[in-house]
Design a protein. Structure first.
Length: 238
């Protein structure tokens, strides 16, 4: 049984989440304040955290920072905030996914299943994947899940790893949009805009010139392709 910590201060939403998650065999612990969430996480050691940003005592981002100080538990954020800058801030803080309120319960459950699959996949010993991959100024080591750029470490979120790995494991091969969506979020959720958002973030972190990527390329309307050692070309779409 999967243990999930739900951090939400709106009673109606909290009740609906508790009922729906328990009906699907989750073991549910709850907290309505950030300080209680951090204490509950240390006490229960959840497998997943579902976190609202607008808590009465602190911003949910502070809870993420507090958790990331000692655990890599997957964190799915719930929020009515829709600005892209807010999503970037939350993902950079260490969240694994961002679900905007109001939300479909089926979509939320599919997102939770997707982060569980990524967690379980990362925990399984895998076959060696060969030498680190060079993307412009960045070096990606799939075996150790580390990235360095100009001698400094670069942090990728779990979702960014999930998007990047299929591309790097199949150099020069077109990876279709439906295939990437299925591998990262599951067939029932995700859209091209969400995928473009994460590809753009990967380009900013890895490519020498994110506006003119030469390694993580878009095949318009079709998918994405990782091209190693490609000489600079004209602009590619995001």
């Amino acid at each position: 049984m999967t243990n999930i910590l739900v951090v939400e201060d709106e009673p109606q939403i909290l009740r609906a989440l508790r009922i729906n998650l328990k009906a699907r065999s989750y073991e549910v612990a709850t907290a309505e304040r950030g300080v209680d969430a951090l204490a509950a996480a240390a006490r229960h050691l959840p497998d997943l955290v579902l976190l609202d940003l607008g808590l009465p005592d602190m911003d949910g981002t502070d809870v993420i920072h507090g958790l990331r100080g000692w655990t890599e538990v997957p964190i799915v954020v719930l929020s009515g905030r829709t600005e892209q800058s807010e999503k970037v801030r939350v993902l950079d803080a260490g969240a694994d996914d961002f679900v905007t309120k109001p939300f479909s319960m089926e979509e939320l459950l599919a997102r939770l299943r997707a982060v569980q699959r990524r967690r379980d996949s990362a925990a399984e010993p895998g076959a060696p994947v060969g030498a680190p991959v060079v993307i412009g100024p960045s070096t990606v080591d799939l075996l150790s899940h580390t990235v360095t750029r100009d001698g400094s470490g670069v942090r990728l979120t779990r979702t960014e790893w999930a998007v990047l790995e299929p591309l790097l494991r199949h150099p020069n091969q077109l990876i279709s949009i439906p295939r990437l969506l299925s591998e990262v979020w599951g067939q029932a959720v995700g859209d091209g805009g969400l995928l473009r958002f994460h590809i753009a973030r990967l380009r900013r972190k890895l490519e020498a010139d994110p506006q003119h990527p030469v390694h993580l390329l878009t095949e318009f309307g079709t998918g994405y392709r990782f091209v190693p050692g490609r000489a600079a070309v004209g602009p590619a779409g995001s």
